[in-house]
Design a binder for this molecule. Sequence first.
Ligand code: WT7
Length: 664
Amino acid sequence: MAQGDTELEARLEEQDEFEPSEEFVAQANVSDSDIYDEFEENWPVCWERAADLLDWDEEYDEVLDDSNPPFYEWFTGGELNACYNCVDRHVENGDKNRVAIKWEGEHGETRTYTYQDLYREVNEFAAALRDLGVEEDDVVTLYMPMVPELPIAMLACARIGAPHNVVFAGFSAEALATRMNAADSRFLVTCDGYYRRGDPLDHLDKTNEGLDSVDHGVDATVVVDRLGDDGFGHDLKGNQHDWDDLLDEQGGERVEPVERDAEDMLFLMYTSGTTGQPKGVKHTTGGYLSYATWTSHAVLDIEQEDTYWCSADIGWITGHSYIVYGPLALGSTTVMYEGTPDFPNRDRMWDIVEKYAVDIFYTAPTAIRAFMKWGSKYPASRDLSSLRLLGTVGEPINPRAWKWYYEHIGNEDCPVVDTWWQTETGGMMITTLPGVKNMKPGSAGPPLPGIDAQIVDTNGDEVKPGRAGYLTVNKPWPGMLRTLYNNDERYISEYWEEYSDTDSDDPDDWVYFPEDGAKVDEDDYITVLGRVDDVINVSGHRLGTMEIESAIVGVEGVAEAAVVGGNHEVKGEAVYAYVITEDGYEEGDDLRARIIEGVEDAIGPIARPEQVVFTPELPKTRSGKIMRRLLEDVANGAELGNTSTLRNPEIVGEIEAKVRAQSD
Ligand code: WT7
């Protein structure tokens, strides 16, 4: 921080409400505060505004069919194609030479795809998929890092009506197999590898290992050659095809976009829950695409002329909605970066903002906290004056990090939107409309127009402003998940049972429960406090503690394990594992290393425990339930909660001493 900034810093520290600049408001896509009332008075018809951002092959008959809650249907009778809306229509509208994707590799190589380039490659790959035997409604798994072929493959799938199932490239072989098995997916697109901090990483080896565990076998795999001469020399097997060869064979082939029913599945995305089995969240074509596009327009304020950069990975929902579908449907330029933020230097992100003159930047609080730790000299060394709007997503952002972002990245000129949403919601739900509302650091903001959110107690009664309670959503919205793949029952039990009258046909009796704690202030601004289930949020990524526990107990020598989230300065939360060894096995570094390896094999490096604490017992209630809350207190160095209901209260002090010794 420069010397003269101290005064500014002190002023920002005091300020708890920020107004968007007149200049921003004057150009904002949405700047009329009446929009909230309009949505309320004319609900659900007002959602036509979202659908109107798209081109429909067949007009829908009804905005919402809520006759069978919680199986809501949106824009029923309508037909459209998501790929057509993201690609073809821009080419047809005279924007074929506009840049769709600016890609930057970790080594600084760049690739630029105009809408025409995208059109050509998406068509060729769609034709290739068809030739490989992919039919409408077949689920195609995409296990790819941040290469342009990933959005191209997604759009090609959408074009032929084959739902995609993107699996984050950092997930393990086992996680890939679990998701392919659950989705009954017989087609896979992957790549040979990618770069991380300068080194090539072997991805095909991991892919092949995963494929060995796919129960139903796989009809075809397509492999993108990312590494070229840096590759690991794998030979492609019989049903494995090289991406470039397939495209060469197609040479300019065209495929008509398939007219999809609004309610047809666009994609599946697996996300962690409280059981060991991930949940296959189903999103549809009409509602999801309308919602991703509408929120990109209203919240991210994206216009066609903009260069927009979301630094998430496409392997998560953020990348689906706000790197691919929303920005491309709006015809803007979306930036993709392959690598890490500190390679080769800690100014890499700001280098990219300067180089492409990025207008809008969307990232996660965990990244902002890392930037903050590295210091403001890095952004200060670059010209960031192109920026107009900043956003965050994934976890609560502390006011200090918010203000740092506002000041050092936004130069106090850019509104910051703190957007609360989930894989299941498809798009943003709670945040300020940047051209309408003031911002309050630490609070996401009011529910968006048309979104009916409330904070309630365990009985479902609304709690007073300032009091912590549970976040609920009382009306459906177009981007919502439709069900969990092949599991309507779990869909109801996970999201609706808690606060709904499940015997009722009246949609007013159905309440969506996102499993987050929250509080609201007098202005209806909601502060989301975090998950209230056994899910932890590491660097904005959702991890199920049960999944990690089952990986740990699978390690030889482990008898029992409990996993909780502990506060972490940068990651938000970190994984703490408390482990009981089996008789005859020694606690120590060897077992610790095998436990970490076990977790990485089962899930991936993102789930790697920060601390493995060996203990002879876990704190349990008299009925044998593990008291996780106490383990969290221990991880956080917090004052311990009530231990009087424990069968073995003495163990907590012992565990606490160990954690302290290990942290020193
Ligand atoms: C969970 C959803 C939405 C894409 C990224 C994560 C937490 C998300 C915020 C925010 C506080 C947030 C919630 C939510 N979360 N955004 N702005 N403030 N918490 O998607 O993996 O589905 O996780 O992330 O706990 O339930 P996800």
